[in-house]
Design a protein around this ligand. Structure first.
Ligand code: ATP
Length: 320
C-alpha cells in the first residue's frame, strides 16, 4: 500500500491530534504518502484532501480538537454518497483509510470496507461507548475535566449547604458520569443504563443532610430520561434544600489530552499504519487490559458496551 488517508469524524475528542500525528509520521516512515481528509466524510465527498508531511503535524500532540476538523455528514449515509466517497478515494489513489471517530464514524468505515476500502478504525470519542475497547481516545481527558469541575463545585456547595446536579455528556453511555462520580465522591450518579429512582435519591439527600453532610453532588448523564431542570425542581421540592444545576456541556470536549489519551492515540495510530502496511483486512483498534488490540471491524462494532454495575454499586456504598 502506497497511499493512505486519515480523517476525524463525529464529535471531536482530545487526543485526535496525537493519533493523526502518529498515523502521518509512521506512514511516512513506512514509505507511504499520507493524505489528510478535512471535515470527516463530508470533506471526503467534497475532495478536501491534502498530502501531509512530517512537519505539517508538528506541535499538535498536546492540543485538543482536531487539526483536520470534523463534521457530521448526512450525504455520506446514502448509497450514492458512499459510492461517491469510494470514487474520490480512487481518484487520489488512496487504498487504505484511518477513521478516527465514535460509533457512527466507525459504522461509516464498515460501509466503505464493504465497498473494498481497507479501513482502520480508531476509537476517537469522549463517550467511551464502544464495546470492543476498554477506553476510547478522549475519555480520560473528559473525566479529568469533569473531576476538576466537581472539586470546584464541591467547595461552593459546602459553603452554601446546597445540592448541586452536574450534567455531563453521555446520551446512551453513562461512563463519564460513572467514573467522575466514583473518583469525585458524588452522592449519586444518574446514567441512561439504570432507571432513575427519585424517592431513593431524595431520601439519600435528606438522610445525608441529617447526619451532617454539608452538600450533595449528583452527577447526571445527559441521556437520563428526566430533564435536568425537572430533576433540580423535584429535588428542591421534595428535600426542601436549595438545589442548583451546572451543565458542563462542550467544556468536556476541550483541553490538552492527558497522558493516557496521548498514549492510546499514539499507539493505536501506529498500529493502524502497521496493519495497513501488512495489507491487513479492515480492523477496529483499541485497548483491552492495557494491551493494544485489533479486531475485525464489522465484528467489533457488534459488541455491546456493558455498564460496570460493581462501580455503580460502589458509589452507593461510599456515599451513604
Ligand atoms: P460521537 O458519538 O463521539 O459524536 P460518532 O462518530 O458516533 O462520534 P456520529 O455523528 O454518529 O458521531 O457519526 C459521524 C458521521 O459518521 C455521521 O455524520 C455520518 O456521516 C457517519 N455515520 C454515522 N452513522 C453511520 C452509519 N450507521 N452508517 C454510515 N455512516 C454513518
Amino acid at each position: 500500500m502506497k497511499k493512505i488517508g486519515v480523517l476525524t469524524s463525529g464529535g471531536d475528542s482530545p487526543g485526535m491530534n496525537a493519533a493523526i500525528r502518529a498515523v502521518v509520521r509512521c506512514g511516512i516512515e513506512a514509505d507511504m504518502e499520507v493524505y489528510g481528509i478535512h471535515r470527516g466524510y463530508e470533506g471526503l465527498l467534497d475532495g478536501e484532501i491534502h498530502q501531509l508531511s512530517r512537519s505539517s503535524v508538528g506541535d499538535i500532540l498536546h492540543r485538543g480538537g482536531t487539526m483536520l476538523k470534523t463534521a457530521r455528514s448526512d450525504r455520506f449515509r446514502t448509497e450514492e454518497g458512499q459510492r461517491h466517497a469510494v470514487n474520490m478515494l480512487d481518484t487520489f489513489g488512496i487504498e487504505g483509510l484511518v477513521v478516527i471517530g465514535g460509533d457512527g464514524s466507525l459504522r461509516g468505515g464498515c460501509d466503505l470496507d464493504r465497498k473494498g476500502i481497507k479501513v482502520m478504525g480508531l476509537p476517537g470519542t469522549i463517550d467511551n461507548d464502544l464495546g470492543y475497547t476498554d477506553y476510547t481516545i478522549g475519555f480520560d481527558t473528559a473525566v479529568t475535566t469533569v473531576l476538576d469541575a466537581v472539586t470546584k463545585i464541591r467547595d461552593t456547595s459546602s459553603s452554601h449547604e446546597r445540592t448541586t446536579v452536574i450534567e455531563v455528556m453521555g446520551r446512551h453511555c453513562g461512563d463519564i458520569a460513572l467514573h467522575a462520580g466514583l473518583a469525585g465522591g458524588a452522592e449519586a450518579v444518574l446514567i441512561p443504563e439504570i432507571e432513575i429512582n427519585l424517592n431513593e435519591l431524595c431520601r439519600k439527600i435528606v438522610v445525608g443532610a441529617n447526619r451532617g453532610k454539608q452538600h450533595s453532588i449528583i452527577i447526571k448523564a445527559e441521556g437520563v430520561s428526566v430533564s435536568s431542570q425537572e430533576l433540580v425542581q423535584t429535588i428542591e421540592e421534595r428535600t426542601g434544600r436549595e438545589t442548583r444545576l451546572v451543565v458542563l456541556s462542550y467544556l468536556q470536549r476541550g483541553g490538552s489530552p492527558t497522558y493516557r489519551d496521548r498514549m492510546l492515540a499514539t499507539l493505536t495510530g501506529a498500529k493502524a499504519v502497521e496493519l495497513l502496511k501488512e495489507d491487513s483486512s479492515s480492523k477496529a483498534i483499541g485497548a483491552v487490559n492495557g494491551e493494544i488490540v485489533a479486531y475485525d471491524l464489522q465484528a467489533a462494532l457488534k459488541q455491546k458496551r456493558e455498564i460496570d454495575r460493581e462501580m455503580y454499586d460502589l458509589i452507593g456504598v461510599l456515599s451513604k
